[in-house]
Ligand binder design. Structure first.
Ligand code: HEC
Length: 164
């Protein structure tokens, strides 16, 4: 019995340490302070997406628990890799076409219920994006003349490798 308990403690300690070593929870300096789309949309994105898709991640206390730190750290690294709103100005300047593509993906992911990530919603129920919220984003895109219905140059490819 005692040996099993020691084993469990050892495994827990290793999992915890691994999370501490791999993921620093540091937010990179770079921020974007301009407008992403409009006030309402920006607020929603900040509430529902920024923890994984910006350099402004807020880490809750349980992000320090063994296991949690690894899952959350992984989400943030992967999330930023796909889409980082803190680099919005850089993307816009370097590759304006990518902005339309990103909006298209954002709308799609929300529409399909893929984003925000389900496990995140279990702990952040207020991050849920309603149908009305999504409709409002679509309308704002139209108002801002961002046409996500148009077929882009790279739409048929696995584009991440073509336009970075
Ligand atoms: C808990 C972290 C988390 C939150 C919150 C979150 N995402 Fe993500 N998102 C991810 C991860 C992780 C990936 C990478 C998915 C993968 O690798 O399969 C991702 C990928 C994406 C992608 C790229 C999809 C692709 O196919 O390349 C888009 C677009 C996206 N998220 C939009 C959003 C939007 C919009 C929100 C808010 C409404 C949001 N995400 C909230 C973690 C998150």
């Amino acid at each position: 019995m005692k040996r099993n308990l020691l084993r469990l403690l050892a495994v827990t300690a290793i999992v915890w340490l691994a999370g501490e070593i791999i993921y620093t929870r540091e937010n990179p300096e770079k921020k974007y302070t301009g407008v992403i789309l409009d006030e309402t949309t920006d607020k929603l994105l900040k509430k529902s997406c920024f923890d994984c898709h910006s350099n402004e991640t807020v880490y809750p206390w349980y992000s320090r628990l063994p296991g949690f730190s690894i899952v959350m750290g992984h989400h943030v690294v992967k999330g930023r890799d796909h889409l980082n709103f803190s680099n919005w100005d850089v993307i816009k300047e370097k590759n304006p076409e990518k902005i339309v593509k990103l909006w298209k993906e954002i709308v799609e992911e929300i529409d399909e219920g893929e984003m925000p990530v389900a496990s995140y919603l279990m702990l952040h129920s207020d991050a849920k994006v309603s149908k009305a919220d999504l409709d409002a984003i679509r309308q704002s895109l139209v108002d801002n003349k961002i046409d996500i219905t148009k077929k882009g140059k790279h739409d048929d490819d696995d584009d991440d490798h073509h336009d970075d």
